[in-house]
Design a protein around this ligand. Sequence first.
Ligand SMILES: [Zn+2]
Length: 215
Amino acid sequence: MPAIKMKTKSIILLSGGLDSTVSAAIATKSTKPLFALTFDYGQRAAKMEISASKKICKALHIKHKVVKIPFFKEFKKLVLLQSGKEVNAEKFNELKDVWVPNRNGLFINIAACYAEYYGADLIITGFNREEAAQFPDNKPQFIAAINHSLMFSTLKKVKVISYVSNYTKKQIYKIGLRYKSPLQHIYSCYLGEKKMCGKCASCRRLKNIINELTE
Ligand SMILES: [Zn+2]
């Protein structure tokens, strides 16, 4: 009798953006996701990201949890966390405008706590090649480094993987279509209004690929 291969249990980091949505869709095929985590660290777009993530999870039949990280509100100079109309799309052009100290490091480590406690071996994260050029905490070297650290900080030796970190956003979009990802629910605008602004750096990145693919 052939052995039944059990799928590895995973926890998905989901922001509601393209990379994490496509990664979640892939994870439903190649792992057994226990749930997806979305973080509310006081970012302008928290409400919209949570609502998009809920829809994505519903479409993919994954359980969803929101984790609050209240201490970030102390970091008042971070533009991404400031509310109010005076913050507009032009505010988000440079790395320093959207940088949140150790964000991905913290998210992965929080996910590792959940993973060890609930018996998951894998943490699924997004990331893409273009943003890795700008954000050091999106690089494959960072994933390798944090995996090394998790070998010591978790007894289970929880591991982080990214299915899409070697691909560009355009390639990820195409992979997303192939995996029938619920791309219609994506939300990735820095501003956090009900409708994505179409002008901030994050909106422009998504608009460019959709325009290119539909030309
Ligand atoms: Zn936007």
